[in-house]
Design a protein around this ligand. Structure first.
Ligand code: MG
Length: 387
């Protein structure tokens, strides 16, 4: 069974007051149409974008780089939503059991959960639309904006898209409605007219339709709330203490009779921090990114590797927010160097020093740290998605 998506992108967006079709505007650096199309990436087997011919080149360039795995075609936008839907439906040839999802491209914040609920509801009921139960009181008004009556709020829903239909239900109903001149404001309305049951499943408040200029701000706020979600990482590292090596911790060279053994400068604390940063993004560990067989990392300053790690995060859309490092060493006393350690890290990452914490502890002479055979370090950090 296949899923066909009809993406309605034909509006002129007059209420938005922008010189271009609103679906071509950007929200948080990405065009509305790209967000809408991408939302269906793991559900669509085929997609038809219903749009005005003059918007097609811009839509195509907005979709560049999305790496879509399904075929995508265009159909001509109509004068009304219903006509546009019909043009889209005419351009596909699904099997009877296939699912057709009809979506307003201006609802670019639709979540995978909502899409999944609609697809499942369609499989069960043949026709399924997402809705939010009314929480306000609604009034139906007559001429002169005088209230005619107050509809019962229980059972009243605000309806969203995507609306889902089995192909052998929506196609004949839409064609018949077109022939008979039946006008509806949404796709389910056509089915209601012919008394075909339509199931409502839970939609989402965030699945707003961008209509007025202030909706762009709402969308931005919703997205920024979502991307500021934190990811947590933790790292741990140990290096052996030996004679004839420098002791370097968080980029500070500390005078001491022993130093840490390793391929790089063996900065155990920064290694723990880098592992925490990579771990927060599920990007592996420093061994994967800076293999100790590689000569270019021999004796390298770990502060340099820390900067490279920040770049790796950046490439994947993440940025370190804060970090807390603990160094477990019996000797030497590290307190005099803590301030410089924090500054080194903050400077390497371009972060305020208040976001970087470094602490030191002994292990009460217990374990390998206590016997001064080695130094260990733990780090935790949080990472946010770049805005
Ligand atoms: Mg290490």
């Amino acid at each position: 069974m296949k899923t066909y998506v009809i993406m309605l992108a034909g509006g002129k967006g007059e209420r938005m007051g922008a010189p271009v079709n609103k679906i071509l505007l950007s929200v948080c650096g990405k065009p509305v149409i790209a967000r809408s199309v991408e939302a269906f990436a793991s559900f669509a087997d085929e997609m038809v974008i219903v749009a005005r011919p003059e918007d097609r080149p811009v839509i195509l360039s907005a979709l560049e780089g999305l790496g879509l795995s399904f075929p995508l075609r265009f159909a001509e936008g109509g004068n009304t939503r219903q006509q546009s839907v019909l043009n889209g439906l005419r351009s596909i040839s699904p099997d009877a059991e296939d699912t057709v999802l009809i979506h307003d491209a201006a609802r670019c914040l639709v979540s995978p959960e909502t899409i999944r609920r609609v697809i499942e509801g369609t499989a069960e009921s043949g026709a399924c639309i997402p809705g939010i139960p009314a929480s306000s009181t609604y009034k139906v008004c007559g001429p002169g904006s005088f209230v005619s009556y107050t509809p019962d709020r229980s059972g009243l829903y605000e309806i969203q898209t995507p609306q889902g239909f089995r192909a052998d239900i929506i196609l004949p109903a839409s064609l018949r409605a077109a022939e008979e001149g039946i006008v509806c404001t949404d796709d389910a309305g056509v089915l209601e007219h012919y008394r075909i049951p339509v199931k409502v499943v839970r939609g989402e408040p965030a699945n707003i339709k961008l209509t007025e200029p202030e909706d762009l701000n709402r969308a931005r706020n919703i997205l920024e709330g979502a991307v500021s979600a934190l990811r947590i990482g933790m790292g741990y590292d140990v290096h052996r203490l030996v004679e004839g090596r420098k002791l370097i911790l968080c980029g500070v060279e500390i005078p001491f009779e022993l130093g840490l053994l390793g391929h790089s400068d063996a900065d155990v604390a920064l290694h723990a921090l880098m592992d925490a940063m990579l771990g927060a993004c599920a990007l592996g560990d420093i061994g994967k990114h800076f293999p100790d067989r590689d000569d270019q990392y021999k004796g390298i300053s770990s502060l340099l590797l820390l900067k490279k790690t920040a770049h790796i995060l950046d490439d994947h859309g993440y940025v370190l927010y804060n970090a807390d490092i603990t160094i477990a060493a019996q000797k030497p006393k590290l307190l005099p160097y803590i301030a410089q350690m924090r500054e080194n890290i903050a400077a390497a990452l371009g972060l305020p020093v208040e976001r970087i914490s470094v602490k030191a502890t002994t292990t009460e002479q217990l374990g390998f740290e206590g016997r001064m055979e080695g130094i260990s370090s733990y780090a935790v950090c949080t990472v946010t998605a770049k805005k």
